[in-house]
Design a binder for this molecule. Structure first.
Ligand code: F6R
Length: 614
């Protein structure tokens, strides 16, 4: 989604760092970009639809050498359209106060129509269709000489969410930033200060950061950061150190971030698991959950909420919790859960899954569950993210930054974290120590099992070659492998633009089978775990309709290999690990199909990395 960068320095020209910060945020998805620089005689504003490279080219053409050198303060933005088309007029920064004030914004001003009507009555003329422009005019309207006070006053009138950064030619040495429901981080370097909506735009400058909290408004000058509440009272926030560096967000020789992240999974999962298993007690140590055995024993039901890939991981969680802990678990799409009078209370444990920790629907569901008195935990990847903080307790995935829009390592890390959670919960209930010890050993095998799947990359690429021209595909799985079928279909939709559907293997014959023909490949999840025989029956039904079947089969399972047109072999695995082992092959399959179709893999059309609007 939209991205914000701000730069404040005494001597360093701002244009370069702003553009490189925007490049770092490109992975989030956007459709236009813009920059505002503070020059001694006023603002310089440049906007462009399309890519950051085009904005950069515009700056090279139109920003004079003198301005480039002397503008050491500025703000920049990548926009993912919500209100109004992706045009130059709607791109940020938005101007107010006769072009003296420039503002960039992430989030949504829900009451923008009434605010806009009020400003129009006072003679303000709007040039865009955005909600953001209202914010710029409101701040300019209240500016009586104190920019921070004017911003606080304006923001107090706003309903909705925002991360903002603004500069003003009337206050040339300062920048104001604020957040509510949309992340904003301040990087405090030795001599310069960098602001961004995502820490990945900051780590090239510094790893010392301040995470603003909701309701914080900060005045930044060269060398100082003063944080206030919306009532303009000073607040203090600690400077924290980011625990990864720039290498983690570079491609490291891979053609795409997605491929890098698929191949990173053995290490990512080692980090997810590290220090969290007790091989002697046969349990998991998840101190971040902060739940006593008594609290765990009192839980009657689990609700696992998430969106997209995180929801699919949650669906795997249902099988894990029900099998290992004998406890009913329902996965719920976060927005549906939130708006359907969720029936949760003190006996329910709501687990929110989110890579980014910022997904608006999941966050809203977390808040609603807290309000209803449920026990709430977050399983997030991004440290310090809103869901992680508001849930208050949880498990960090420690999978490292995920840059590719299509989520890969977060899924396997989420399933692993859910498996450890189910093990812990199971051990307070029906699971024996022996079973616990077996599971601990299984979990420790995950990184090596994933490496074994990655070794099959070439074979998977060959299978992808055969089917890269298909316009429709089906993915089928049974039981614990059904969510993996959904995930395989989602990956190929997202990055290869192939229409794909995931089904429970048994469901295909209840309607969708009508679509099968030689042009509709079916990917069947056939790992050798209970239920496989039945899925093999479904495979026969597909082949009888002449649909080519690609089977993900266990090495040595000649029966399954013979039953499909193309077999991709997987290392033998237990039932609990089958989703992880199978999904890695599907990630690679989707990747190769997308590559062969010439798709822009890391930034698929219309998608955003972190969906911060409901
Ligand atoms: C799919 C994908 C999305 C996200 C979804 C939730 O590849 O990336 O479906 O999984 O938007 O995002 P998080 O996990 O950040 O809450």
């Amino acid at each position: 989604m939209c991205g914000i960068v701000g730069f404040m320095s005494r001597n360093t020209p701002a244009a370069g760092p702003l553009v490189s910060g925007l490049h770092r945020l490109e992975y989030r998805g956007y459709d236009s970009a813009g920059v505002a620089l503070v020059a001694p005689d006023g603002l310089r504003v440049y906007k462009q639809t399309g890519k950051v490279a085009e904005l950069d080219a515009l700056l090279k053409r139109e920003l004079s050498e003198e301005d480039r050198r002397r503008c050491t303060i500025g703000i920049a933005h990548t926009r993912w359209a919500t209100h109004g088309l992706p045009t130059r007029e709607n791109a940020h920064p938005h101007l107010a106060g006769g072009g003296t004030l420039a503002l960039v914004h992430n989030g949504i001003v829900e009451n923008y129509a009434s605010l806009r009507a009020g400003l129009e009555k006072r003679g303000v003329q709007f040039v865009s269709q955005t909600d953001t422009e209202v914010l710029a005019h409101l701040v300019a309207h209240y500016d009586q000489g104190d920019l921070l006070a004017a911003t606080c006053k304006a923001l107090r009138r706003v309903e909705g969410t925002y991360g903002i950064a603004l500069v003003s030619a009337k206050h040339p040495g300062e920048m104001i930033v604020a957040r509510k429901g949309s992340p904003l981080v301040i990087g405090v370097g030795e001599s310069d200060i960098v602001v961004a909506s995502d820490v990945s735009a900051i780590v090239a400058f510094t790893r010392q950061v301040i995470y603003l909290k909701d309701g914080d408004v900060a005045r930044i000058t060269p060398g100082s950061v003063d944080i206030h509440s919306l009532d303009n009272a000073p607040v203090s926030r600690e400077v924290q150190e980011v625990d990864w560096d720039i290498g983690a967000i570079e491609k490291g020789g891979y053609e795409h971030f997605m491929l890098k992240e698929i191949f990173e999974q053995p290490d990512a999962l080692r980090n997810t698991i590290r220090g969290r298993l007790d091989p002697t007690g046969g349990t998991a140590i998840l101190s971040g959950l902060n739940l006593s055995p008594r609290e765990l024993a009192a839980i009657r039901r689990l609700v696992i909420i998430g969106c997209g890939t995180s929801l699919h991981a949650g669906m795997v969680g249902k099988y894990l919790f029900e099998d290992l802990a004998d406890i009913p678990a329902s996965p719920e799409q976060a927005a549906e859960f939130r708006y359907c009078n969720p029936i949760v209370g003190p006996d329910d444990w709501v687990i929110a899954l989110s890579q980014s920790g910022e997904t608006a629907d999941t966050l809203a569901a977390v808040r609603e569950s807290i309000r209803k008195g449920a026990l709430v935990s977050g399983l997030c990847n991004v440290v310090g993210s809103t869901i992680a903080r508001e849930a208050g307790r949880g498990v960090y995935l420690h999978a490292g930054p995920e840059i590719s829009v299509a989520s890969t390592k977060a899924f396997t890390a989420q399933v692993t974290a859910l498996l450890m959670t189910a093990l812990k919960l199971g051990r307070t209930r029906r699971l024996s120590r022996e079973e616990g010890i077996r599971l601990v050993a299984e979990i420790m095998r995950i990184p090596d099992l994933i490496s074994a799947v990655l070794e099959r990359n070439d074979a998977i690429a060959r299978a992808a070659e055969k089917h890269a021209n298909a316009n429709d595909m089906f993915f089928i799985g049974r039981g614990i492998l059904y969510p993996t079928a959904l995930e395989g279909a989602l990956k190929i939709k997202e990055i290869a633009y192939v229409h794909a559907e995931g089904y429970q293997a048994a469901e295909l014959k209840h309607g969708p089978i009508a679509l099968l023909c030689p042009k509709t490949p079916v990917v069947a999840l056939l790992a050798d775990i209970p239920g496989k025989e039945k899925t093999l029956g479904n495979v026969q039904e597909c082949r009888a309709r002449r649909a080519p079947v690609i089977g993900l089969v266990t090495e040595g399972d000649s029966e399954a290999a013979a039953a499909v047109d193309d077999a991709i072999t997987l290392p033998p695995t237990s039932r609990e690990l089958a989703p992880i082992v199978s999904v890695v092959a599907l990630q690679l399959f989707a990747y190769h199909v997308a590559r062969l179709r010439g798709c822009e893999i890391d930034q698929p059309r219309n998608l955003a990395k972190s969906v911060t609007v409901e």
